[in-house]
Design a protein around this ligand. Structure first.
Ligand SMILES: Nc1ncnc2c1ncn2[C@@H]1O[C@H](COP(=O)(O)OP(=O)(O)OP(=O)(O)O)[C@@H](O)[C@H]1O
Ligand SMILES: [Mg+2]
Length: 269
């Protein structure tokens, strides 16, 4: 049985809009227009243990929504999702004990306390035995080079430093599965390379399955043998990067960003 199995997942959001213009604010207090935005329009895929899968697509395509459904943060309107044998939003506690999640745009570290305190809190939350915690923490801090940052409050870290700490936090309880939503956003070249190398190594060593969203095609090229393209809430491609290039490259030698831009154009995304 695949580790992740999504079938026909749909999710729409209600968006409340107030009339535009000077009087909009006042009118909006009495009457708000409600519009439904379809974020996911029947998404189905499965992922096997140990796979490294990239999820790409233009802004607003539904990538983060997919990650939120798989993490148990959002309940879809329709469809089924079974991960590690559970329905994420129904068995949240058991589910989160087996997954690690990083949202590049948001921090899971407590903002005002030293990073090491956040890690200790997570140790207690996940109930990680002390000895296992110490060795895991040591290993992760060494690999992601965060030893010198442990006493610093999260709010004083640079983006790249914080992202490395976020990964430590997500991996402390040795999850079987990692969901990374734009983990390399805003990172400098050195940090990006280090993060990619770490993920590749962690996958090879512990067989962790990882699904990551990104706008950086170098992430996909470096890490993922499989790429899924999502556009307007629908899965448009699921396969290897060479296959995607074959389908959309106008000429030999076009770089991956150009191929992806052409695909978004041709599919009118
Ligand atoms: N909480 C929400 N309320 C209303 N609409 C939402 C909400 N979350 C997402 N959406 C809408 O759902 C659609 C999909 O959003 P989502 O965040 O999944 O896109 P994305 O592929 O992650 O985009 P990006 O590359 O910009 O991060 C968008 O149209 C977005 O406006
Ligand atoms: Mg997103």
């Amino acid at each position: 049985m695949p580790q992740i199995e999504l079938s026909g997942i749909r999710k729409a959001f209600k968006v409340y809009e107030r009339p535009a213009g000077r009087w909009g604010l006042l009118k909006g207090a009495f009457k708000r227009e409600v519009r439904s935005v379809t974020a996911l329009d029947g998404v189905s895929f499965s992922v096997g243990e140990g796979e490294l899968v990239g999820l790409i697509g233009p802004n607003g395509a539904g990538k983060s929504t997919t990650v939120k459904v798989m993490s148990g943060i959002l309940t879809p309107d329709a469809g089924s999702c079974v991960i590690n044998g559970r329905v994420p939003w129904k068995a949240r506690v058991a589910h989160v004990s087996e997954i690690g999640v990083v949202f590049g745009q948001r921090s899971q570290l407590w903002w005002d306390v030293p990073v090491s305190d956040s890690f200790s809190l997570l140790r207690d939350i996940y109930g990680i035995p002390r000895e296992r915690y110490e060795s895991r923490l040591g290993g992760l801090c060494g690999a992601l080079e965060v030893d010198s940052l442990l006493k610093t409050p999260a709010r004083q870290l640079s983006l790249g430093q914080r992202m490395r700490c976020e990964l430590v936090a997500a991996l402390l309880h040795s999850p079987k599965l990692l969901f990374l939503d734009e983990p390399t956003i805003g990172l400098d070249a050195v940090s990006k390379l280090a993060l990619r190398a770490f993920l590749k190594d962690e996958n090879a060593r512990s067989g962790v399955t990882a699904l990551l969203t990104t706008h950086d095609m170098d992430d996909i090229e470096a890490l993922c043998s499989r790429v899924m393209v999502i556009g307007r809430g629908k899965l448009l491609y699921d396969g290897g990067l060479p296959g995607l290039r074959e389908r959309y490259a106008a000429y030999e030698g076009q770089d991956t960003d150009e191929v992806i831009a052409r695909m978004y154009e041709e599919e009118a995304l």
